[in-house]
Design a protein around this ligand. Sequence first.
Ligand SMILES: C[C@@]1(CC(=O)O)C2=NC(=C\c3[nH]c(c(CCC(=O)O)c3CC(=O)O)Cc3[nH]c(c(CC(=O)O)c3CCC(=O)O)/C=C3\N/C(=C\2)[C@@H](CCC(=O)O)[C@]3(C)CC(=O)O)/[C@H]1CCC(=O)O
Ligand SMILES: NC(=O)c1ccc[n+]([C@@H]2O[C@H](COP(=O)([O-])OP(=O)(O)OC[C@H]3O[C@@H](n4cnc5c(N)ncnc54)[C@H](O)[C@@H]3O)[C@@H](O)[C@H]2O)c1
Length: 188
Amino acid sequence: MNTLFPIFLKLEQLQVLIVGGGYVGLEKLTAVLANAPQTDVTLVAPEIRAEIHALAQQHPHVKLVIDVYNPSFLEEKDLVIVGTNDKSVNRQIQEDCKAKRLLVNVADTPDLCDFYLSSVVKKGDLKIAISTNGKSPTFAKRFREVLEEILPDTLQETLDNLQQIRNKLKGDFQEKMDKLNEITKVMK
Ligand SMILES: C[C@@]1(CC(=O)O)C2=NC(=C\c3[nH]c(c(CCC(=O)O)c3CC(=O)O)Cc3[nH]c(c(CC(=O)O)c3CCC(=O)O)/C=C3\N/C(=C\2)[C@@H](CCC(=O)O)[C@]3(C)CC(=O)O)/[C@H]1CCC(=O)O
Ligand SMILES: NC(=O)c1ccc[n+]([C@@H]2O[C@H](COP(=O)([O-])OP(=O)(O)OC[C@H]3O[C@@H](n4cnc5c(N)ncnc54)[C@H](O)[C@@H]3O)[C@@H](O)[C@H]2O)c1
Protein backbone atom coordinates (compact mmCIF):
# COMPACT_ATOMS: atom_id res chain seq x y z
CA MET A 1 0.00 0.00 0.00
CA ASN A 2 1.24 3.45 -0.91
CA THR A 3 0.64 5.50 2.25
CA LEU A 4 2.28 8.69 0.95
CA PHE A 5 0.00 11.71 1.31
CA PRO A 6 0.20 14.04 -1.71
CA ILE A 7 0.03 17.80 -1.26
CA PHE A 8 0.86 20.70 -3.60
CA LEU A 9 3.20 23.11 -1.86
CA LYS A 10 3.24 26.86 -2.45
CA LEU A 11 7.01 26.57 -2.60
CA GLU A 12 7.50 30.20 -3.62
CA GLN A 13 6.32 31.15 -0.11
CA LEU A 14 8.89 28.88 1.56
CA GLN A 15 12.64 28.85 2.13
CA VAL A 16 14.39 25.85 0.60
CA LEU A 17 17.89 24.53 1.32
CA ILE A 18 19.64 22.13 -1.06
CA VAL A 19 22.89 20.57 0.17
CA GLY A 20 25.14 19.21 -2.58
CA GLY A 21 26.11 20.75 -5.88
CA GLY A 22 26.62 17.64 -8.04
CA TYR A 23 24.26 15.77 -10.35
CA VAL A 24 21.69 15.17 -7.62
CA GLY A 25 21.77 18.83 -6.52
CA LEU A 26 21.27 19.84 -10.15
CA GLU A 27 18.39 17.39 -10.66
CA LYS A 28 16.54 18.54 -7.55
CA LEU A 29 17.15 22.27 -8.18
CA THR A 30 15.86 21.80 -11.73
CA ALA A 31 12.73 20.07 -10.41
CA VAL A 32 12.07 22.90 -7.92
CA LEU A 33 12.55 25.67 -10.49
CA ALA A 34 10.55 23.92 -13.22
CA ASN A 35 7.51 24.10 -10.95
CA ALA A 36 8.15 27.14 -8.79
CA PRO A 37 10.75 29.39 -10.48
CA GLN A 38 10.58 32.22 -7.91
CA THR A 39 11.39 29.98 -4.93
CA ASP A 40 14.03 31.21 -2.50
CA VAL A 41 16.60 28.41 -2.71
CA THR A 42 19.96 28.34 -0.98
CA LEU A 43 22.28 25.66 -2.39
CA VAL A 44 25.42 24.91 -0.41
CA ALA A 45 28.41 22.77 -1.43
CA PRO A 46 32.19 23.17 -1.61
CA GLU A 47 32.03 22.31 -5.31
CA ILE A 48 29.12 23.36 -7.51
CA ARG A 49 28.58 22.15 -11.07
CA ALA A 50 28.66 24.71 -13.87
CA GLU A 51 25.02 23.91 -14.85
CA ILE A 52 23.92 24.97 -11.36
CA HIS A 53 25.79 28.28 -11.68
CA ALA A 54 24.04 28.80 -15.02
CA LEU A 55 20.61 28.10 -13.48
CA ALA A 56 21.33 30.49 -10.60
CA GLN A 57 22.15 33.25 -13.08
CA GLN A 58 18.70 32.85 -14.65
CA HIS A 59 16.89 32.67 -11.28
CA PRO A 60 17.55 35.64 -9.00
CA HIS A 61 16.00 33.87 -5.99
CA VAL A 62 18.64 31.11 -6.08
CA LYS A 63 21.63 31.73 -3.82
CA LEU A 64 24.76 29.59 -4.15
CA VAL A 65 27.11 29.23 -1.18
CA ILE A 66 30.50 27.62 -1.74
CA ASP A 67 31.04 25.98 1.64
CA VAL A 68 30.65 22.69 3.47
CA TYR A 69 27.39 22.14 5.34
CA ASN A 70 27.04 23.26 8.94
CA PRO A 71 23.82 23.40 11.01
CA SER A 72 23.55 27.19 10.73
CA PHE A 73 22.40 26.67 7.13
CA LEU A 74 19.15 25.22 8.51
CA GLU A 75 18.19 28.49 10.19
CA GLU A 76 15.07 30.11 8.72
CA LYS A 77 14.51 27.17 6.34
CA ASP A 78 11.24 25.31 5.78
CA LEU A 79 12.28 22.41 3.55
CA VAL A 80 15.61 20.65 3.01
CA ILE A 81 16.87 18.46 0.15
CA VAL A 82 20.14 16.61 0.69
CA GLY A 83 22.33 15.08 -2.02
CA THR A 84 26.01 15.09 -1.09
CA ASN A 85 28.27 12.19 -2.01
CA ASP A 86 29.11 11.61 1.68
CA LYS A 87 26.60 9.27 3.35
CA SER A 88 27.64 10.26 6.89
CA VAL A 89 27.15 13.95 6.04
CA ASN A 90 23.72 13.15 4.57
CA ARG A 91 22.77 11.24 7.72
CA GLN A 92 24.01 14.08 10.00
CA ILE A 93 21.95 16.66 8.07
CA GLN A 94 18.88 14.41 8.29
CA GLU A 95 19.33 14.17 12.08
CA ASP A 96 19.82 17.94 12.39
CA CYS A 97 16.60 18.47 10.39
CA LYS A 98 14.61 16.04 12.54
CA ALA A 99 15.84 17.84 15.70
CA LYS A 100 14.45 21.09 14.25
CA ARG A 101 11.31 19.37 12.86
CA LEU A 102 12.23 20.43 9.34
CA LEU A 103 10.94 18.29 6.48
CA VAL A 104 13.88 16.62 4.74
CA ASN A 105 14.52 14.61 1.56
CA VAL A 106 17.76 12.63 1.29
CA ALA A 107 17.69 11.96 -2.42
CA ASP A 108 19.30 8.55 -2.65
CA THR A 109 18.09 7.18 0.70
CA PRO A 110 14.31 6.67 0.85
CA ASP A 111 14.46 5.56 4.50
CA LEU A 112 15.73 9.00 5.51
CA CYS A 113 13.09 10.95 3.54
CA ASP A 114 10.05 12.75 5.00
CA PHE A 115 8.84 13.32 1.44
CA TYR A 116 9.68 12.24 -2.10
CA LEU A 117 9.76 14.33 -5.22
CA SER A 118 7.34 13.17 -7.88
CA SER A 119 7.19 13.04 -11.64
CA VAL A 120 5.12 16.01 -12.71
CA VAL A 121 2.74 16.17 -15.68
CA LYS A 122 1.88 19.74 -16.70
CA LYS A 123 -0.79 20.90 -19.14
CA GLY A 124 -1.46 24.57 -18.50
CA ASP A 125 -2.94 24.87 -15.02
CA LEU A 126 -3.44 21.12 -14.73
CA LYS A 127 -0.69 19.39 -12.77
CA ILE A 128 -0.54 15.68 -11.99
CA ALA A 129 2.04 14.32 -9.57
CA ILE A 130 3.08 10.67 -9.97
CA SER A 131 4.47 8.44 -7.24
CA THR A 132 5.51 4.81 -7.48
CA ASN A 133 6.04 4.67 -3.73
CA GLY A 134 9.76 4.78 -4.50
CA LYS A 135 9.56 1.51 -6.45
CA SER A 136 10.65 2.85 -9.84
CA PRO A 137 11.42 6.52 -10.60
CA THR A 138 12.01 5.43 -14.18
CA PHE A 139 8.45 4.11 -14.44
CA ALA A 140 7.21 7.44 -13.03
CA LYS A 141 9.19 9.31 -15.69
CA ARG A 142 7.87 7.09 -18.52
CA PHE A 143 4.29 7.33 -17.29
CA ARG A 144 4.66 11.13 -17.18
CA GLU A 145 5.71 11.03 -20.83
CA VAL A 146 2.65 8.92 -21.72
CA LEU A 147 0.25 11.31 -19.95
CA GLU A 148 1.91 14.39 -21.47
CA GLU A 149 1.39 12.85 -24.89
CA ILE A 150 -2.28 11.96 -24.49
CA LEU A 151 -3.59 15.04 -22.65
CA PRO A 152 -5.07 17.48 -25.21
CA ASP A 153 -3.76 21.04 -25.48
CA THR A 154 -7.38 22.28 -25.31
CA LEU A 155 -7.45 21.37 -21.61
CA GLN A 156 -6.44 24.89 -20.59
CA GLU A 157 -9.42 26.34 -22.48
CA THR A 158 -11.72 23.93 -20.65
CA LEU A 159 -10.27 24.93 -17.27
CA ASP A 160 -10.56 28.65 -18.09
CA ASN A 161 -14.21 28.19 -19.16
CA LEU A 162 -15.03 26.22 -16.03
CA GLN A 163 -13.45 28.91 -13.86
CA GLN A 164 -15.57 31.58 -15.55
CA ILE A 165 -18.74 29.56 -15.01
CA ARG A 166 -17.72 28.83 -11.41
CA ASN A 167 -17.25 32.54 -10.71
CA LYS A 168 -20.63 33.43 -12.25
CA LEU A 169 -22.71 30.74 -10.54
CA LYS A 170 -25.22 32.01 -8.03
CA GLY A 171 -26.98 30.05 -5.33
CA ASP A 172 -25.81 28.12 -2.30
CA PHE A 173 -22.88 25.70 -2.18
CA GLN A 174 -25.00 22.64 -3.00
CA GLU A 175 -26.64 24.29 -6.02
CA LYS A 176 -23.25 25.36 -7.40
CA MET A 177 -21.83 21.88 -6.90
CA ASP A 178 -24.81 20.25 -8.65
CA LYS A 179 -24.47 22.60 -11.61
CA LEU A 180 -20.70 22.04 -11.96
CA ASN A 181 -21.13 18.27 -11.70
CA GLU A 182 -23.80 18.44 -14.41
CA ILE A 183 -21.62 20.47 -16.80
CA THR A 184 -18.60 18.18 -16.35
CA LYS A 185 -20.59 14.93 -16.74
CA VAL A 186 -19.31 14.56 -20.32
CA MET A 187 -15.84 13.88 -18.94
CA LYS A 188 -16.85 10.53 -17.46
C1 LIG B 1 10.36 11.22 -10.01
C2 LIG B 1 11.73 11.84 -9.79
C3 LIG B 1 11.51 13.26 -9.32
C4 LIG B 1 12.74 14.12 -9.21
O1 LIG B 1 13.81 13.67 -8.74
O2 LIG B 1 12.59 15.29 -9.62
C5 LIG B 1 12.47 10.95 -8.80
N1 LIG B 1 13.52 10.35 -9.37
C6 LIG B 1 13.61 10.68 -10.69
C7 LIG B 1 14.50 10.09 -11.61
C8 LIG B 1 15.47 9.05 -11.35
N2 LIG B 1 16.03 8.79 -10.15
C9 LIG B 1 16.92 7.73 -10.29
C10 LIG B 1 16.94 7.34 -11.67
C11 LIG B 1 17.84 6.24 -12.24
C12 LIG B 1 17.08 4.97 -12.60
C13 LIG B 1 16.29 4.32 -11.47
O3 LIG B 1 16.87 4.00 -10.41
O4 LIG B 1 15.05 4.15 -11.66
C14 LIG B 1 15.99 8.15 -12.33
C15 LIG B 1 15.56 8.08 -13.78
C16 LIG B 1 16.15 9.12 -14.68
O5 LIG B 1 16.79 10.11 -14.22
O6 LIG B 1 16.00 8.93 -15.89
C17 LIG B 1 17.76 7.18 -9.22
C18 LIG B 1 17.20 6.96 -7.88
N3 LIG B 1 16.19 7.70 -7.29
C19 LIG B 1 15.99 7.23 -6.03
C20 LIG B 1 16.96 6.24 -5.75
C21 LIG B 1 17.17 5.56 -4.39
C22 LIG B 1 16.37 4.34 -4.17
O7 LIG B 1 15.41 4.01 -4.90
O8 LIG B 1 16.72 3.63 -3.21
C23 LIG B 1 17.68 6.03 -6.92
C24 LIG B 1 18.75 4.98 -7.20
C25 LIG B 1 20.15 5.49 -6.82
C26 LIG B 1 21.20 4.47 -7.05
O9 LIG B 1 21.00 3.52 -7.80
O10 LIG B 1 22.25 4.68 -6.42
C27 LIG B 1 14.98 7.71 -5.14
C28 LIG B 1 13.90 8.53 -5.41
N4 LIG B 1 13.66 9.16 -6.61
C29 LIG B 1 12.46 9.79 -6.54
C30 LIG B 1 12.00 10.70 -7.50
C31 LIG B 1 11.72 9.41 -5.32
C32 LIG B 1 10.70 8.31 -5.64
C33 LIG B 1 9.64 8.71 -6.65
C34 LIG B 1 8.72 7.59 -6.94
O11 LIG B 1 7.91 7.26 -6.06
O12 LIG B 1 8.77 7.01 -8.04
C35 LIG B 1 12.85 8.91 -4.41
C36 LIG B 1 12.46 7.74 -3.50
C37 LIG B 1 13.33 9.99 -3.46
C38 LIG B 1 13.56 11.33 -4.12
O13 LIG B 1 14.59 11.46 -4.83
O14 LIG B 1 12.74 12.24 -3.91
C39 LIG B 1 12.66 11.78 -11.04
C40 LIG B 1 11.95 11.56 -12.41
C41 LIG B 1 11.45 12.90 -12.91
C42 LIG B 1 10.87 12.85 -14.28
O15 LIG B 1 11.63 12.82 -15.26
O16 LIG B 1 9.64 12.88 -14.41
N1 LIG C 1 24.03 11.02 -10.01
C1 LIG C 1 22.90 10.42 -9.85
O1 LIG C 1 22.01 10.49 -10.69
C2 LIG C 1 22.63 9.68 -8.57
C3 LIG C 1 21.43 9.01 -8.46
C4 LIG C 1 21.13 8.41 -7.26
C5 LIG C 1 22.01 8.45 -6.23
N2 LIG C 1 23.20 9.10 -6.34
C6 LIG C 1 24.04 9.17 -5.16
O2 LIG C 1 23.81 10.47 -4.59
C7 LIG C 1 25.01 11.03 -4.11
C8 LIG C 1 25.34 12.32 -4.79
O3 LIG C 1 25.49 12.07 -6.18
P1 LIG C 1 26.05 13.14 -7.21
O4 LIG C 1 26.11 12.48 -8.53
O5 LIG C 1 25.27 14.41 -7.07
O6 LIG C 1 27.53 13.36 -6.64
P2 LIG C 1 28.60 14.42 -7.06
O7 LIG C 1 29.94 13.85 -6.71
O8 LIG C 1 28.35 14.91 -8.46
O9 LIG C 1 28.30 15.66 -6.10
C9 LIG C 1 28.43 15.59 -4.73
C10 LIG C 1 28.27 17.00 -4.18
O10 LIG C 1 28.26 16.95 -2.76
C11 LIG C 1 29.03 18.03 -2.28
N3 LIG C 1 29.46 17.79 -0.91
C12 LIG C 1 30.31 16.84 -0.44
N4 LIG C 1 30.47 16.99 0.89
C13 LIG C 1 29.70 18.05 1.28
C14 LIG C 1 29.45 18.70 2.53
N5 LIG C 1 30.03 18.29 3.66
N6 LIG C 1 28.61 19.77 2.53
C15 LIG C 1 28.01 20.20 1.39
N7 LIG C 1 28.22 19.60 0.19
C16 LIG C 1 29.06 18.56 0.14
C17 LIG C 1 30.15 18.14 -3.28
O11 LIG C 1 30.85 19.38 -3.20
C18 LIG C 1 29.39 17.98 -4.58
O12 LIG C 1 28.83 19.21 -4.95
C19 LIG C 1 26.09 9.97 -4.32
O13 LIG C 1 26.23 9.27 -3.11
C20 LIG C 1 25.53 9.08 -5.42
O14 LIG C 1 25.98 7.75 -5.29
C21 LIG C 1 23.51 9.72 -7.50
